[in-house]
Design a protein around this ligand. Structure first.
Ligand code: ADP
Length: 459
């Protein structure tokens, strides 16, 4: 087992990794930017190293700075968390060269799955259903028009290196295609450093369903069931839950075993998530694989009782998964709300000093956060400041529990997305489980109708 792990991240996920390391008796090294000097992850790590100024490019995204910190402190492994360098095949390669274990899949697996066009091909070969679309990147207008005609509108243009819901363009009229292709390529180049884009069929009103998997270095791969993440704004998740109300036991078993076979086919190790869209007939289509721990992993931890971060560390150290597929059972229902420092009406970021911070406890409540009273939320990073996760015997109890938790949460000094979450949690369609990825879009249009200032008041 490792003696010391460097955590190449910040915020709640850095703390989450510290929790796992402490329980496993492993020392930790925090890295931080100048803006995070007083952050809790720095306070609770055994050692800490400042790796640069506030700007992510100069600190949390700097491979040389992180590697130097690992060398100086003698860390024998790096946990990248999510975001930042978590899906960097380059960091994984450099770690290998420096004999430091990267807690994630092998570099070639990260590279294969990080290219969404290549991942589609690999999944098709492994028998996973994919959406009809281009066979690789689309580099010319003629090719784009030909594919769009074959698929039939609407289609969606996506960056092969895409992530975080950015750089996608839905095409509903042929006339839009040429301009959208150029803009998408330009945006992809600017955001991800790779301008390649691909085209796939656009599904109207699908549900976003994803499967959590874990693999060790002894050929064992298991799945931990699904999470539903259809409540999104601009393709970014706001609220996640598990199990999905739309997935039957039979579908779970069938898709779960397809995903496990596909993960084996690409020699997947460590934690990963296979994302799918589900249409209204119950058909699943592969979207992408995230080769890291996800923000919403606590949902799965709660319904399965499995500590995903500890398993990540154990399998990276060469141990076998501590359970078999047959040991995995699903208990009750879990919901996670992402609390963002932002205006719940305009969605403008709301960084600043938090003057009061209190989240209630009670049965079935888990709070993963780096925030506390008198802490400063810097403007440089993702706006998520806390994840509130609840567990109930069933979905109804989980919804009631989340509502009372959010109603009794006190965060003063900055604005948060809590009023928006409360509205979602009391929406009749949400409560009935009648929703898709377009739920929020429709919901926000409704809220803007004249004479309906409910959300504005709540904000
Ligand atoms: P990213 O890696 O940027 O998160 P994904 O491919 O995972 O991108 O897609 C994110 C979200 O975008 C999905 O959850 C869904 O809401 C929407 N989306 C992506 N592809 C399609 C599609 N072909 N049809 C309909 N919605 C899509």
């Amino acid at each position: 087992m490792f003696k010391k792990i460097l955590i190449a991240n910040r915020g709640e996920i850095a703390l989450r990794i510290i929790y796992a390391c402490r329980e496993l008796g492993i020392k930790t090294v925090a890295v931080y930017s100048e803006a995070d000097e007083n952050s809790l992850h720095v306070r609770f790590a055994d050692e800490d190293v400042c790796i640069g100024p506030a700007r992510s490019a100069d600190s949390y995204l700097s491979v040389p700075a992180i590697l130097s910190a690992a060398e100086i402190t003698g860390a024998d492994a790096i946990h990248p968390g999510y975001g930042f360098l978590s899906e960097s095949a380059y960091l994984a390669e450099v770690c290998e060269a420096c004999h430091i274990r990267f807690i994630g899949p092998a570099p070639n697996v990260i590279r294969l799955l990080g290219d969404k066009a290549r991942a589609r091909r690999a999944m098709k070969k492994a028998g996973v259903p994919i959406l009809p679309g281009s066979d690789g990147p689309v580099d010319s207008e003629e090719k784009a028009v030909k594919i769009a005609r074959e698929l039939g509108l609407p289609v969606i243009i996506k960056a092969v290196a895409g992530g975080g819901g950015r750089g996608m363009r839905v095409i509903r009229e042929m006339g839009e295609l040429s301009k959208a292709l150029k803009t998408a390529q330009r945006e992809a180049e600017a955001s991800f450093g790779v301008g390649d884009v691909y085209i796939e069929k656009y599904l109207e009103n699908p549900r976003h369903i994803e499967f959590q998997i874990l693999g060790d270095h002894h050929g064992n791969v298991i799945h931990l069931g699904e999470r539903e993440c259809s409540i999104q704004r601009r393709h970014q998740k706001l609220l996640e839950e598990g199990p999905s109300i739309a997935v039957t036991e039979k579908q779970r078993r069938r898709l779960g075993s397809t995903v496990v076979d596909a993960a084996r086919a690409v020699q997947y190790t460590n934690a990963g998530t296979f994302e799918f869209l589900m249409d209204d007939k119950g058909n699943f289509f592969f979207l992408e694989v995230n080769t890291r721990v996800q923000v919403e992993h606590p949902v799965t931890e709660w319904i399965t009782g499995i500590d995903i971060v500890k398993e990540q560390i154990r399998v990276a150290a060469g141990e076998r998964l501590s359970f078999k597929q047959g040991d995995v059972t699903f208990n009750g229902h879990a919901i996670e709300c992402r609390v963002n420092a932002e205006d719940p009406v305009t969605f403008q970021p709301s960084p600043g000093v938090i003057h009061a911070f209190s989240v209630p406890g009670g049965p079935g409540v888990r709070v993963d956060t780096f925030a506390h009273a008198e802490c400063t939320i810097p403007p440089y990073y993702d706006s998520m400041i806390a994840k509130i996760i609840v567990h109930g015997r069933d979905r109804q109890e989980a919804i009631a529990r989340m509502r009372r938790t959010l109603e009794m949460t006190v965060i003063e000094g900055i604005k948060t997305s809590i009023p928006l979450h409360l509205k979602i949690l009391s929406d009749p369609d949400f409560i009935a489980g009648r929703f898709s990825t377009s739920f929020m879009e429709r919901y926000l249009v409704e809220q803007k109708k004249p004479g309906d200032g409910r959300l504005a008041q709540a904000g």
